[in-house]
Design a protein around this ligand. Structure first.
Ligand code: SF4
Length: 428
């Protein structure tokens, strides 16, 4: 038995659905505007126009500052004091900014009007604006609105509201045909790896949401099987189901076990036996196991706590415990969608301290008391914890890095090993 198999079996012996502690209180998370950073890289013919304040513009710039871009396809239409006081005609101003953007960027095929806290507070009706502008630019540019306001979304939910807004625009799948729809932003390189597996398994046609070109939205309907690649897409999943799609129950494709389970769920829907999935994935699994071995040496036995931030906490905790041998001290997540997490929850230790929601002060107190080897948290909490001698990992890195699939399993583990190695060097 390989090391990973042994780890999985050790984890599996004590697993079962853990109890969920619910916590409500002050939150400290990024808003959904952060999603624009990875969405705009993925959807190459889209422009994201945030209708917000200078704070929104600064947040977007600092989130984007983590990456380097050739030509960003996002901007902020800044609401001035007169707008906020209701003295100006915001719609007129918005029309002017949109005209400017579209004139400068003839390559744009979809324009997202992104709502923020200020636009919601003054009740600026962006859906009306999108409808009006679609009429003006119809045929050339599709205009879609969604909310990324901090009043309504945490940082990964911005992707959910964005994709949810696209679902009604998706064409109807042809009668009697079927397809697999992979939902959630994946880097192109990862998407290509998955496409090759699906092709070898004889699963298809396969479409992705979001697509690389928003002008080429995939079809949806009764023949669509949905496989979620990201765990934070509850509303999009429901909306696709309303359009007739079937949601496949699967773990998320993080780590070897998650990726195998995820591919197997699609294979089951297509009537392909487990042996065939094992055969097609054997080389990639062996490669991933070799890559993971070194990271496991660094991570095994180390204690980790997750503060609620990205909604990736549960599948990543499952991977770190079952494949890397880490000890889960606490796993907290902003929302726990039991339907989407069904296949994950049973893989967690039954006595896990699993928390839904946030009361930031109480959670920080627990981290101080537990003193885990590493804490996964938002940017705002990382520095204070580091100052107290606690090692941290920014959860936002998990959505900016390619972490899905077999070939990225070792990289995902390394994201957690790196701060530990650095911490050990500092102590020497
Ligand atoms: S949308 Fe709200 S939370 Fe996000 S940056 Fe703007 S004001 Fe802040």
């Amino acid at each position: 038995m390989s090391g990973v198999d042994a780890q999985r079996r050790a984890g599996a012996e004590a697993c079962g659905v853990p109890n969920v502690n619910r916590e409500r209180g002050q939150r400290q998370v990024f808003c959904g505007l952060a999603g624009i950073v990875w969405l705009h890289r993925k959807i190459q013919d889209a422009f994201f126009l945030v209708v917000g304040s200078r704070t929104c513009a600064h947040l977007l710039q600092s989130a984007a500052g983590v990456m380097i871009f050739a030509e960003p396809r996002f901007a902020t239409a800044i609401l001035q004091e007169r707008d906020l006081a209701g003295l100006a005609d915001c719609h007129k101003e918005l029309d002017r900014v949109v005209a400017e953007v579209l004139e400068r960027r003839p390559d744009i095929k979809t324009l997202f009007l992104v709502g923020s806290c200020p636009s919601e507070v003054i009740k600026l009706d962006l859906s009306k604006a999108a409808e009006r502008l679609s009429g003006v630019y119809g045929g050339r540019v599709r205009v879609v609105d969604y909310s990324a306001s901090g009043l309504e979304t945490t940082f990964t939910q911005g992707e959910d509201t964005c994709l949810n807004a696209l679902v009604p625009q998706m064409p109807v799948i042809a009668d009697g045909s079927r397809s697999l729809l992979v939902v959630g932003t994946l880097p192109d390189v990862v998407e290509d790896q998955f496409s090759r597996f699906f092709q070898e398994l004889g699963i298809g046609p396969v479409h992705y949401l979001p697509p690389r070109q928003a002008s080429e939205l995939p079809p949806v309907g009764n023949g669509t099987s949905v496989l979620l690649a990201q765990p934070f897409l509850s509303e999009t999943a429901r909306m696709l189901q309303k359009r007739g799609a079937t949601l496949l129950s699967a773990p998320f494709p993080l780590g070897i076990e998650g990726t195998l389970g995820w591919l197997q769920a699609a294979a089951d829907a297509w009537g392909i036996p487990e042996e065939r999935v094992k055969e097609v994935t054997a080389a990639a699994v062996a490669r991933a196991e070799r890559g993971l071995a070194r990271q496991r040496e660094l991570l095994a036995g180390k204690r980790i706590s997750f503060l609620p931030d990205s909604q990736l906490e549960v599948p990543i905790a499952r991977f770190l415990q079952r494949e890397c041998g880490m000890e889960l001290v606490e796993v907290a997540t902003p929302f726990l969608d039991r339907q989407l997490m069904e296949a994950e929850l049973g893989l967690l230790p039954s006595d896990l301290r699993l928390t839904e929601g946030q009361d930031v002060e109480r959670q920080l107190d627990r981290v101080r008391e537990d003193r885990p080897d590493i804490t996964v948290c938002g940017l705002g909490l990382a520095n204070p914890l580091e100052a107290e001698g606690l090692r941290t990992k920014w959860s936002i890195e998990l959505v900016f890095s390619p972490i899905h699939g077999f070939d990225q399993a070792a990289d995902l583990a390394e994201l957690f090993a790196r701060p530990l190695v650095r911490g050990a060097l500092l102590q020497v």
